[in-house]
Design a protein. Structure first.
Length: 256
């Protein structure tokens, strides 16, 4: 606890970062809590974001919540604002609904995505309507992930073309494509149109096959078990036998 006890006096980044790491492991300490609050006002955005992320939103007091809300509104860093929105979003408080709606239209895809996800926890109807509007424009990063998730969660196969086109266009090396895969699979579980369903399966298979050979032992179990295998299970339960055949054709014999 030495660094924490010395307070927020270390002025170089490495020392401040080390002190924050120590404080985040000692959240019951009054000194640690104060250091984290000081870190939320640090001149470096990485420290500010890390300080907010270290907090348990359910254990913060009213004063800290107010500070985080102010940061969510006006911090110059989109990364810090995202962490602040995540924190107040975890509180599921209706009073922030209008803020989440307004922030979901932010020019930063990261901030907009965080706000839309927070809104969904308190008003799923509003979040779905915003997601449908957002899907009509070019979107990226977290907003794309959240919009896709909401359209998949609340929509039906009428959303298929948007989601399929977006998923197919993503770079195979992007984390975003991996994150979107299970959302896309969830949509295919709802899809009854055979042509759309086949196209969806083909897109997932193309992604699976595009992974470099040296990584396939790690990724194939995910695609075959968690993605295609779950689609197969859902279609069998629904008795959609023609679609069962389509997804079965994309799986190794042992999975079927």
């Amino acid at each position: 606890m030495l660094l924490v006890q010395r307070g927020w006096v270390a002025r170089n980044f490495l020392d401040r970062n080390e002190a924050l790491n120590e404080a985040s492991q000692n959240l019951k300490s009054i000194e640690a809590k104060q250091l984290i609050q000081d870190a939320m006002k640090d001149s470096f955005y990485v420290i500010r974001a890390k300080a907010i992320n270290s907090l348990n939103p359910m254990s913060i007091n009213e004063a800290v919540e107010k500070n985080i809300y102010t940061i969510a509104k006006s911090d110059p860093s989109y990364m810090v604002r995202e962490e602040a929105i995540n924190a107040i979003g975890a509180l599921n408080k209706e009073k922030y609904k209008n803020d989440f709606i307004n922030w979901s239209k932010d020019s930063s895809y990261t901030i907009a995505g965080a706000a839309l996800e927070a809104l969904d926890a308190i008003d799923s109807v509003a979040s779905y309507q915003i997601a449908k509007v957002a899907s009509k424009a070019p979107i990226k990063k977290r907003l794309n992930t959240v919009v896709t998730k909401l359209l998949t969660k609340y929509g039906d196969e009428s959303e298929f073309d948007f989601i399929a086109n977006k998923y197919e266009s993503l770079n195979i090396q992007s984390e975003e494509k991996f994150q979107m895969t299970q959302h896309f699979a969830a949509l295919l579980m709802k899809t009854k149109d055979a042509d759309k369903f086949k196209r969806g399966i083909d897109i997932i298979v193309a992604f699976r096959e595009s992974i470099p050979g040296q990584y396939r032992t790690q990724t194939d179990p995910y695609f075959n078990g968690k993605v295609l295998g779950e689609i197969l299970k859902a279609k069998k339960q629904k008795g959609e036998n023609e679609l069962v055949k389509l997804v079965s054709a994309a799986l190794p014999v042992l999975i079927k």
